[in-house]
Design a protein around this ligand. Sequence first.
Ligand code: ATP
Length: 458
Amino acid sequence: KSEAMDALVNLAKRRGLVYPSSEIYGGLRAAWDYGPLGVELKANVKRQWWRAMVQEREDTVGLDSSVILSREIWEASGHVKEFVDPLTECQACHKRFRADHLIEGYEAKHGREPEEGLAAIACPNCGAKHSLTEPRMFNGLLRTYLGPVQDEKGLTYLRPETAQGIFTNYKNVEQSARRKVPFGIGQIGKSFRNEITPGNFIFRTREFEQMEMEYFVRPGSDEDWHQYWIDNRFQWYSDLGINKDNLRLYEHPQEKLSHYSKRTVDIEYRFNFQGSEWGELEGVANRTDYDLRTHSEISGADLSFFDQENDERYIPYVIEPSAGVDRAVLTFMLDAYNVDEAPNAKGKMEKRAVMRMDPRLSPVKAAVLPLSRNTDLSPKARDLAARLRKRWNVEFDDAGAIGRRYRRQDEIGTPFCITVDFDTLEDDAVTVRERDTMSQERVSLDQVERYLIERMPG
Ligand code: ATP
């Protein structure tokens, strides 16, 4: 499957899904840019999350808070003090690594802790033995300075999670949207972490996007709600086509929980990275009342909820399903990527790369292909494409052999190819080819929209 990863990185660049960032200046290992197709795919992933988490639910609402927040928020939240990672450096090649990641990798491979600690682990970059230094703590917050003078007064942080913008707006939302616990606030946006070992394509970058829900519940009901969200979020990936055999839940051991968490369960995907089979896709944490309580105490604002029916006041507990947009995009691409066989122009079977992706996520929903570049066929095909574009992202392509054009659409996961041929001029009908089965059906021109609507949920 890491071959699949290489093929995917290659395809992503060639087809305009994801490019290495700053490439003309030699590239920036930790950053990637989404191209014309990537931006569509990413928007579709976010749209599906927003639909399922905000739009279709009665008990949730949305928010879009700032990236740069008051510095005091990060002091109160514990990030300035606790958002630190143990860092080790190889004395031979001077590469730096997260010590906890190296130890976890060792444990996964050997089924036990390394008795001599880091001394038992060879440098993952140059292979040198006994070369890793004792870990030093390193804060992962990205700093920036506001105002004309770059001094301590102007120091602020780019948010490492979107969650704090939700907590600090808790009262605003509760009151303006007239909400009663239990209710949730969802948000999608960029987050920044000064990661020491970015890599594995878009899996770990320093700038990334998150889709987070903070769901506020009555203390005592938190454990049930936590389980509810773990199951709900697992199902979301599976409903959007991820093979369940490649998904699993990982329960964080008690001693490794974040400073705010009572229990955390990750949804993991089988990425098959070198050295680690499984990787975190989303974390679902029970953050207790840690955040609202601390912000209440430090800011002096009252972030409690008054339950009128039971005549009691409490600080709500928070259940947080926190997903990465980029990791979800990677997962949807990787899981959908397949190589099967299709007949070529002469009827001989040939290998074809195909992205068997849920049509709701596909960057292009349909391609309109005149059989050949022709003064009669092309205008008809262009008209049809223009009509379909009112509703979907649609490509028009009249360059090259029809089989090659099908392949181009298959590898980016386009669910339907619509061919306009010489019969179209007689019968006002087109041939619609389905991506996975490659079956073809003749559909009357005025029925194409309805045909696609029936086969593609919104
Ligand atoms: P990891 O252990 O992989 O560093 P984490 O446990 O620090 O992840 P969380 O703080 O739980 O991650 O963040 C929630 C989600 O945000 C993650 O499940 C992941 O999808 C996404 N995420 C976190 N850090 C990154 C990153 N550097 N690049 C891309 N996505 C990220």
